[in-house]
Design a protein around this ligand. Structure first.
Ligand SMILES: Nc1nc2c(c(=O)[nH]1)N[C@H]1C(S)=C(S)[C@@H](COP(=O)(O)O)O[C@H]1N2
Ligand SMILES: [Mo]
Length: 385
């Protein structure tokens, strides 16, 4: 029987028993759900940290330009494991929530600290799932903070409080998972039935969204927020030329690309760029939001442009967009990407001139790189010293 706190003691004991005691709740159930949820959170945390490090590289960090689709896989896993965690977390919280009403709330100081860390764990997990969902739905208005920063720092709170929780609960989990199975429930749902239902919910969510990056499954992708057909030239659009405020600048016949390096500065018209040797690469755009799509890109390799202004081997290249006032205006190609022959200043996609929404007059497309760094409407290319 569950001891209820003050106000809840007024509920008739038989009613309270119905409210709070399901024979399904047990350390075994909670432990099994915890193992599954822990695995999803671990993959989600590591792939999320990786995505952050690629975008804000610490000094020790190295990210290669091959294999070309690696980021597509890691970021696909980040979003897929985050989504699969929704039913797992819901079931796990259901399996323990009567403990929330335990009276007294804590036994001693150590127990109080443990429950505080548990509060941080639950709060940060709910925050990560909610903000992640809002972000992939491109629904920013409920977030009065900058998503990227909040999602990043909360991940550390989640990881820290999860480690404390694991440390405290490991003996309970070990006992629960090595204990002999209790006889199956005679009426209602069995533990196996519940675990199967939760697993099926996670699988259904995955199947309904993973087609946004695993393209053969695109037909199933009823919950994937970005349909591959949305947008011109068969590619999703993250931000249109109009939304970026570049429509006039991009269409200006006086457009010149500025290329700067140790040997000086070139100003190239679109015709100049088109007259240079063109290369074609089949590369995905892999958005941090979990969608990705492969396209055939044609344009001038960045390393040829960098060499034309005297770049030394191993240089980084900074790219600036025509777009003003945007955190995505500037990106830097680190040495592996700047030197990779597949990294293009693309003029064409899938055999057509770039649509304005895909970055006309020209855009960056590089292998193994988050979509957010594939800068559109390029105005300037600088070889960094
Ligand atoms: N200048 C600029 N480039 C940008 C963006 C942007 O907002 N501004 N969005 C980026 C993001 S988040 C993605 S996923 C890709 C999407 O490219 P697409 O719209 O051509 O599919 O463009 C990237 N390039
Ligand atoms: Mo993106």
């Amino acid at each position: 029987m569950v001891r209820l706190p003050g106000p809840l003691n007024r509920i008739h004991p038989a009613r309270a028993a119905r409210l709070f005691t399901s024979r399904l709740r047990s350390p075994q159930l909670t432990s099994r759900l915890g193992v599954l949820l822990g695995a999803a959170v671990a993959v989600c945390f590591l792939t999320g940290y990786l995505s952050h490090a690629i975008q804000h590289p610490p000094a020790w960090f190295y990210w290669p330009s091959r294999p070309v689709g690696l980021y597509r896989v890691t970021q696909g896993l980040h979003v897929a494991t985050g989504l699969a965690a929704v039913p797992l977390l819901a079931a796990k919280l259901w399996s323990v929530y009567p403990k929330l009403f335990r009276w007294p709330p804590f036994r001693d100081a150590a127990h109080a600290v443990e429950r505080l860390s548990l509060f941080l764990l639950v709060a940060s997990a709910l925050f990560q799932i909610t903000t992640g969902l809002l972000n992939i739905a491109l629904w920013y208005s409920p977030m009065s903070f900058f998503f990227t920063t909040a999602h990043y720092w909360t991940a550390w709170i989640l990881a820290g409080s999860l480690l404390i929780h694991l440390g405290v609960k490991l003996p309970v989990v070990r006992r629960a998972l090595s204990a002999p199975q209790r006889p199956a429930a005679t009426a209602g749902m069995s533990r196996r039935g519940l675990l199967t239902a939760v697993g099926a919910a996670a699988a259904a969510i995955t199947a309904a969204t993973v087609g946004q990056t695993l393209r053969p499954l695109a037909g199933l992708s009823v919950l994937g927020p970005r349909d591959p057909q949305i947008g011109p030239q068969g590619l999703p659009v993250n931000k249109s030329a109009a939304a970026a405020g570049v429509t006039a600048a991009a269409a200006d016949p006086g457009y010149r690309l500025e290329v700067t390096g140790p040997a000086g500065t070139l100003r190239l018209s679109l015709a100049d760029l088109a007259a240079m040797p063109q290369h074609t690469a089949v590369l995905p755009i892999a958005c941090v939001e979990g969608w990705s799509a492969t396209a055939t890109w044609t344009g001038v390799p960045i390393r040829e442009l960098a060499a034309a202004v005297g770049a030394a081997p191993g240089a980084s290249v900074r790219v600036t967009s025509l777009e003003q006032d945007s955190p995505y205006r500037i990106s830097t190609l680190p040495p592996p990407h700047a030197a990779d022959p597949l990294t293009l200043l693309a003029l064409r996609v899938n055999g057509q001139q770039l649509h304005p929404d895909h970055g006309y007059p020209c855009r960056i497309i590089a292998p193994n790189r988050p979509g957010v760094l594939q800068t559109k409407w390029v105005a300037r290319i600088e070889v960094l010293p």
